[in-house]
Each structure stands twice: as structure tokens, then as C-alpha cells.
Design a protein around this ligand. Structure first.
Ligand SMILES: Nc1ncnc2c1ncn2[C@@H]1O[C@H](COP(=O)(O)OP(=O)(O)OP(=O)(O)O)[C@@H](O)[C@H]1O
Ligand SMILES: Cc1cn([C@H]2C[C@H](O)[C@@H](COP(=O)(O)O)O2)c(=O)[nH]c1=O
Length: 212
């Protein structure tokens, strides 16, 4: 399968990182800034953003189903495939800026840690499921799991129930696997105020050049 970044007029930006680092908070701010520059922006959530993706999200995160780790991985990939083919690709073809809350990088790190599926297998399966679509920019928000998990309220989902040690291992895997995400990548310290993080994101040369 030929590997290519989105070669459509649009751009695919993804934000990722362990639970609680502040992805949703930053995506909202970033989308507003890019819209103010006159671009059409679409935000999506992985897993989710389609009917089947929302149903798979419920199965994956909130059900008590026991899943083999490869089953878990491929269900996330199935959700992403539907989101790419029915939502993301058409938006890119129309020249929109698509910002995704998570993407294949999360799949590789969350489903490889503590399981018996290698990162190499997950990258290979995930790239097939994505039809070869890579992000143009991946922003990794990074901070210790011991701090990010303090920010979470409510009922823990399947991944959060695996505990702090698992989440810190996922954090380390994010840092290790980021270079394989394709396109431009960057790490931003998430242990700052929302404003400081936002200013770093909008200051990225990729973001500034997309606006020029
Ligand atoms: N820079 C920050 N400093 C302190 N608290 C923050 C910061 N950014 C977000 N928060 C708070 O942390 C919580 C999680 O934020 P947010 O939902 O944006 O994170 P997330 O990475 O999307 O989380 P999840 O992965 O669980 O969806 C929210 O209560 C939010 O208000
Ligand atoms: C895309 C993707 C996500 N996950 C995990 C990561 C989180 O714990 C949840 C998603 O919920 P959030 O509100 O975005 O934090 O699912 C995963 O394990 N594998 C994936 O491919």
C-alpha cells in the first residue's frame, strides 16, 4: 500500500496524548483560531464521529466485554476507517482543515502496552485500515500520567481502569512512537496553563505557514 500524507488541498492535524492532557481543550481553541483566519475547519473524535464509530466507542470504552488485545485494536481501526472514508477524506478534498482528537498513533501505543501485539503489527494493520492516509501534523501533548489522571472526573473508561502504571507506559510509548506517525510531529509540554499550551500550538511553523 502506497504511503502518502493527505495529498488533497486540505490538511489533517491530529492531537494526541494520554488521558487528561488537555486535547479537547486545545482542539477547541485551535479550531477557533484557524477559522478566524478564514479557513473551514472540521473537528472529529477518534473513536467516534460516525454512527458505527460511536457504537464501537461504547463497546470499547464503556462495556464490560472481555476483548483480546488484537480484537480491541482492530475495532478502533474499524471505527477510524469509517471516519476516514466517510468524513475525513471528503473534507480534505474540499480543502478543509481537519483536526482529529486522536488518530492511529493512539491505537499503536494504547494497544501495544501490556498486551501481546507489537507496535510493528499495529502500525501495519492500522495503515491498511487507514487506506494509507497519514496526518500532515501530529501534536503530542505530554505530561506525567500521575498528573494528567488527577484532572479526570467521572467513571473511568476501559483504558483508565488499567491504572497509572499502564498510563505512564502509554506516555513513554507515545514519545517513542511519535516519529512513526508520518508528516510533521511535535511534542508540547502539557503541564502548563491552557493559554501557554495554546500559544505554543499556534506558534508552530506548520500552523503559521498554513495560515499564510
Ligand atoms: N492545561 C491545563 N491545566 C489544567 N487543567 C486542564 C488543562 N487543560 C485541560 N484541563 C482540564 O483537564 C480536564 C481534561 O481536559 P480535556 O478533556 O481537554 O483533556 P483530554 O486530553 O481531552 O482528556 P481525555 O483524553 O480524557 O478526553 C478538564 O477538566 C479540563 O478543564
Ligand atoms: C483512538 C484510540 C483511543 N484509545 C483510548 C484512549 C482513551 O483512553 C480512549 C478515548 O477516549 P478519549 O476521550 O479520547 O480520551 O480510548 C485507544 O485505546 N486506542 C485508540 O486507537
Amino acid at each position: 500500500m502506497e504511503e502518502h500524507h493527505s495529498n488533497s488541498p486540505g490538511k489533517l492535524i491530529t492531537l494526541d496524548g494520554i488521558d487528561g492532557v488537555g486535547k479537547s481543550t486545545q482542539i477547541e481553541r485551535l479550531a477557533n483560531v484557524i477559522r478566524e483566519q478564514g479557513f473551514e475547519v472540521l473537528t472529529v473524535r477518534d473513536p467516534g464521529s460516525t454512527e458505527v464509530g460511536s457504537r464501537l466507542r461504547a463497546i470499547l470504552l464503556d462495556s464490560d466485554l472481555v476483548l483480546h488485545r488484537r480484537t480491541e485494536a482492530m475495532l478502533f481501526m474499524a471505527s477510524r476507517c469509517e471516519m476516514i472514508e466517510t468524513i475525513i477524506r471528503p473534507a480534505l478534498a474540499e480543502g478543509k482543515i481537519v483536526i482529529s482528537d486522536r488518530f492511529l498513533l493512539a491505537n499503536v501505543v494504547y494497544q501495544s502496552v501490556g498486551g501481546n501485539v507489537s507496535t510493528e503489527t499495529l502500525w501495519q494493520l492500522g495503515r491498511i485500515a487507514n487506506g494509507g492516509l497519514n496526518p500532515d501534523l501530529t501534536i503530542l501533548l505530554d505530561m506525567p500520567a500521575s498528573e494528567s489522571l488527577k484532572r479526570l472526573g467521572g467513571t473511568a473508561d476501559r483504558m483508565e481502569m488499567r491504572g497509572e502504571e499502564y498510563m505512564e507506559s502509554v506516555r513513554q510509548a507515545f514519545l517513542r512512537e511519535l516519529p512513526n506517525a508520518g508528516g510533521t510531529t511535535c511534542v508540547i509540554n502539557a503541564a502548563q496553563t491552557p493559554e501557554e499550551i495554546h500559544n505554543e500550538i499556534v506558534g508552530l511553523s506548520f500552523i503559521r505557514s498554513a495560515q499564510s
